[in-house]
Design a protein around this ligand. Structure first.
Ligand code: NAD
Length: 257
């Protein structure tokens, strides 16, 4: 029970890594607000976690929706201790050369608005409540915050931006608010769109030194560590890689995702 009596807010918590973080935080004793885009995800969360969650449907690209999620969480559970920025989209490895300019511009807008602006607005919206609780922020970064090979240039640029944001914000908000990140490697979630779980799983397993694709719950304990006021209290400005070893080298250079 690392997070007993703590209150968190997770964006994109209706599926994948975000959902696993919600589940783990609740198992560790927390109450959790969740900002989701899809009504169906809101329904699933309420069914699974009942009165332990407060779910708001909205879009991380809108400041008003981020504020609504913070306000609803604080109104329901009395405070906010941890903001988890996690909602994100992928670019399906689209190269610069293959995208005609108008498509490139709209992909740029969408990827940067969701993956970067969404985190910036969520941080801004949760700041006052976190100052009050001397809480923390955690952002889902990626191996793509450090290396190429896990996305096209636009996705990789957004995740490099997330790394800079975490480090700069940790410096700005110390000593009151800790700011950290988790950098997952290839993980079986719906971010890969219509590609089948088997295909994604075998592609990731083939290139990952540990030989398997992560499941969302394989990352959740790291978020709990960073959110913990005891175990995480000296950690800020850090991004923890949880990537099956891919940062030390791909296992099979012949296969790429
Ligand atoms: P996912 O698709 O299951 O989760 C992403 C969530 O974000 C979804 O619930 C989606 O509805 C939500 N979302 C998307 N756009 C939104 C918007 N505009 N407003 C509100 N919510 C929105 O995929 P995931 O893999 O769990 O992704 C979570 C995070 O993990 C992302 O930031 C992603 O970049 C990162 N990540 C994933 C992997 C991987 O291999 N799956 C690897 C590294 C990093």
């Amino acid at each position: 029970m690392r997070l007993k009596e703590e209150v968190a807010l997770v964006t994109g918590g209706g599926s994948g890594i975000g959902y696993a973080v919600v589940a783990r935080f609740i198992a560790e004793g927390a109450h959790v607000g969740v900002l989701v885009k899809e009504e169906q995800d809101a329904h699933t969360l309420k069914q699974a976690f009942g009165d332990k969650v407060e779910v708001v449907v909205g879009d991380v690209r809108n400041y008003a929706d981020n504020t609504k999620a913070v306000d609803a969480t604080v109104a329901r559970f009395g405070k906010l201790d941890c903001f988890v920025g996690n909602a994100g989209i992928w670019d399906f490895m689209a190269g610069l050369e293959s995208q005609e300019v108008r498509l490139l511009e709209s992909n740029y807008r969408e990827l940067f608005d969701v993956n970067v602006k969404g985190y910036v607005l969520g941080a801004k919206a949760s700041l006052a409540a976190l100052r009050k609780s001397k809480g923390c922020m955690i952002f889902t970064a990626s191996t793509s915050s450090f290396f190429t090979g896990g996305g096209g240039p636009l996705y990789i640029a957004t995740k490099h931006a997330v790394l800079g944001f975490i480090r700069a914000l940790a410096w700005e908000l110390a000593p009151d608010i800790r700011v950290n990140g988790v950098a997952p490697g290839g993980t079986l979630t719906r971010i890969f769109g219509s590609q089948t779980a088997e295909d994604v799983s075998s592609m990731i397993a083939a290139i990952t030194p540990l030989g398997f694709a992560a499941k969302p719950e394989d990352h959740a304990g790291i978020y709990a560590l960073l959110a913990s006021r005891t175990d995480g209290k000296f950690i800020t400005g850090t991004v923890i890689l949880n990537d099956g070893g891919i940062s030390i080298g791909k296992r099979d250079k012949g296969i790429d995702i």
